[in-house]
Design a protein around this ligand. Structure first.
Ligand SMILES: [Zn+2]
Length: 734
């Protein structure tokens, strides 16, 4: 019955328009959907005596303010139709006001609880925010009105974002069976073909047959490609969207953002500015323009294989550390993954977390630490984070794993696998950077909430509970740990190659590991239970015991902390975050004057992955006092991965220790960092740097540094002496 509804509406609209000279909202929309000129139709609506029709007319003419005002009028009467509120909400959603839009959908549902269209509206808003309720709303809409094609289209879109091509295909087919001009369903089909590397031409032809100017179809395809890491293909489709409809400002903005992800600056600026100047001013457009503008505050450092962008305020300090680590990573991964990258990798480091957040906007997943787009990595700077919260070294290993895996698979890899492998690689670099079970994860293990491996992707994209993204990172990482442990690291590379050949997770597990995904889930679950089952079962006991210890610490009852602490650590040794037992015990040991016990517990904390710079510095002090300079150096070097910024005493102490060990290159690096930290005693820092250069035999640099010291403090005796010594030795050697 409903099969030809679009065409029928379209014909009716033409007939009515020609005959009576009046128009209906549905008629005008059908005209536009089929690529006909609908301007006059909408203009006629603006002259209607009915406020709702005027609202639709102004909306069709993109006169947003007037449309908004007319919707306000139309919905004012108590007995106005609930559907008007839904339409108004959709207008607001289109104009970047999701909170008011959601309120209108809820008001509509209060009036008419079975209004399926209102649930479609809520699903659209949830999908944009990745808040996890979108599928639930779409399912509700379908249950209320199975013949609502739009609800099936939304469901298809969500399923494909979750990498469930089967459901996406079925839902898109249902929409097309209901309305043979369901353009968005055709777009989903196009995206499915592209994502599975088949030709999209047949579906594109169908879209063109309905409306060659429907740019939104291509933009929808592009967005799905982005969600599947296919940024370069997404550019192609955003360009097609613009070619079909040059005034599709949303596509101009999305194209600009996608080009930024690929490391460009000029083209993105033009696209974003064009969108902005034409009134398309959503948060993503505005913030991306602001970010492009802030690039003037960055320095760019290039060598053969890397391009590093650092904020001018910290580039001198951070560059040596980041560049050195990046080269270790490139060498390690090239060997492990048996490949080299096609070009230099670009790493951007943002001291302002808001700037970094712009980079991850509209992308699902955690995105809290870093994000990778092909060969561009963007990440927080340690200076933008609370000391101890963040390890830039681990983050860089994580993101660079993505760069290699996305390249190796030509961007054909499921999210869970690339995330899992990246988490696994952090632990390969350092036992202390390993995937740790946080309380959220323990609770999920206890409550049997880990997902089957075939469904793990949805834990990242549309989580069902707030902690599910974090839990999914852990699960994906530990699955890769498990595979590495049971089948060997090389099987992980085999799986990479299978994904490159377009295997599904089901196929990759079957082929490379030789068992079904269900058997895999069983074995993995048994492995997890063996490792964490006891901890998970004792979680509540641990939490209660920890609370008692914190109370004892607050009452300065250090004997109790010392007596009971070790048993609480044993209940959950991986816990090193806020109010951890290691630090409580160390404080008790310190108060009771037991330096040896304090050093021992802080060493345990360090090996468990504890990252508080203050606690680690205290450990280094204890180690140095006990005459163990090598351990003190190793401890302080850990802090360089955590919080090398605003940390002048770290570089000073480490430089002195390295100098005493005759590790002059290390000492130069640290005194350089000290100078770059804008120390209070700048002359002293330059002098120490000069000493290290001199000891390393780099007399020219030693002289430059000592002259810098004397420029600041001309009467600085030790510096004067060193200068004379350098000059004397230079004359001698000539
Ligand atoms: Zn990641």
């Amino acid at each position: 019955m409903k099969r030809h509804v679009g065409i029928v509406l379209f014909l009716l609209a033409c007939a009515a328009f020609a005959r009576a000279g009046w128009a209906t909202p549905a008629g005008c929309q059908a005209l536009r959907k089929h690529g006909r000129d609908a301007q006059e139709c909408f203009a006629a609506l603006t002259r209607s005596t009915d406020a709702y029709e005027r609202a639709e007319g102004f909306w069709g003419l993109e006169q947003w303010e007037q449309a908004n005002a007319q919707f306000r009028l139309a919905t004012a009467p108590e007995d106005s139709r609930a559907m008007y509120k839904v339409r108004w909400g959709l207008l607001l959603h289109e104009r970047f006001n999701d909170s008011d839009a959601a309120a209108l959908f809820h008001e509509a549902l209060n009036k008419e609880p079975s209004l399926a269209e209102a649930y479609v509206g809520l699903a659209l808003i949830s999908a944009d925010g990745f808040d996890g309720h979108a599928e639930e709303y779409a399912a509700k809409a379908i249950a209320l009105d199975p013949k609502l094609a739009e609800a099936h289209e939304v469901m298809a879109d969500l399923a494909l974002a979750n990498d469930d091509a089967q459901t996406a295909t079925a839902e898109a087919d249902k929409a097309i069976a209901l309305e043979d001009d369901a353009l968005d369903a055709m777009a989903i089909h196009t995206a499915i073909e592209l994502i599975t590397d088949r030709s999209p031409e047949a579906w594109l032809a169908k879209i063109r047959a309905v409306n060659p100017g429907y740019g939104e179809a291509y933009a929808r395809v592009a967005h799905q490609l982005e969600l599947h890491y296919r940024y370069e293909d997404a550019v192609i489709y955003y360009r097609k969207a613009i070619a079909a409809d040059p005034q599709l400002w949303a596509a101009h903005s999305a194209l600009g953002i996608d080009l930024m992800r690929l490391g460009q600056e000029q083209d993105p600026y033009q696209e974003l500015e064009l969108a902005y100047n034409n009134g398309y001013r959503d948060a993503a457009t505005v913030n991306s323009l602001r970010l492009l503008d802030s690039y003037k505050n960055f320095d760019t450092f290039r060598d053969d294989t890397t391009m590093i962008k650092l904020n001018k305020s910290e580039s001198a300090l951070l560059l040596p550390y980041i560049r050195a680590e990046l080269h270790i990573i490139l060498a390690t991964y090239s060997k492990k993954y048996q490949m080299t990258l096609p070009g230099p990798v670009q790493v951007e480091v943002y001291p302002d977390h808001e700037d970094f957040a712009v980079r991850t906007m509209g992308m699902p997943g955690l995105g809290a630490l870093g994000v990778t787009f092909g060969e561009v990595v963007a990440m927080d700077s340690p200076s933008g984070r609370k000391p101890g919260d963040f390890n830039w070294g681990a983050t860089l290993w994580h993101e660079m794993s993505h760069v290699f895996i996305l390249t190796a698979t030509n961007h054909r890899v499921p999210r869970w696998f690339t995330e899992g492998l990246a988490v696994h690689e952090e632990g390969q670099r350092s036992e202390e950077w390993k995937n740790r079970v946080t309380p959220d994860v323990l609770v999920a293990i206890r409550d049997k909430k880990l997902l089957p491996v075939e469904k793990l992707d949805r834990g990242f994209v549309y989580p069902e509970y707030p902690a599910q993204v974090i839990v999914s990172y852990f699960e994906a990482g530990s699955i890769c740990d498990f595979i590495g442990e049971k089948w060997g690291e090389s099987k992980l590379l085999d799986m990479v190659h299978s994904y490159a050949k377009l295997a599904t997770t089901t196929q990759a597990i079957q082929k490379d590991l030789g068992l079904s995904p269900q058997e895999f889930d069983q074995q993995y679950q048994a492995w997890i239970d063996k490792q964490y089952g006891a901890e998970a079962a004792h979680f509540d006991e641990w939490r209660a015991a920890l609370r008692d210890l914190v109370a004892a610490d607050e009452h300065k009852d250090y004997q109790t902390v010392q007596k009971k602490g070790p048993a609480v650590v044993a209940l959950y040794p991986q816990y090193v975050d806020d109010a951890n037992v290691y630090e409580l015990l160390a404080a008790a040991d310190k108060a009771l004057g037991d330096a040896k016990a304090e050093a021992a517990i802080l060493t345990q904390y360090e090996h468990a992955g504890g990252q508080s710079p203050d606690a680690l510095k205290q450990l280094a002090t204890l180690e140095a006092t006990a005459g163990d300079d090598a351990s003190a150096i190793a401890t302080l070097e850990r802090i360089n991965y955590i919080y090398p910024v605003k940390n002048e005493d770290l570089h000073h102490r480490l430089g002195d220790l390295l100098f005493a060990q005759k590790d002059y290159d290390g000492a130069i690096r640290e005194f350089d960092a000290l100078v770059a930290s804008n120390p209070v005693d700048r002359a002293g820092a330059e002098f120490e740097l000069a000493q290290a250069y001199y000891a390393a035999g780099q007399k020219d640099k030693a002289q430059d540094s000592v002259l810098s010291a004397l420029e600041i403090a001309p009467d600085y005796r030790p510096a004067q002496k060193l200068l004379l010594e350098i000059q004397a030795s230079t004359t001698k050697s000539n």
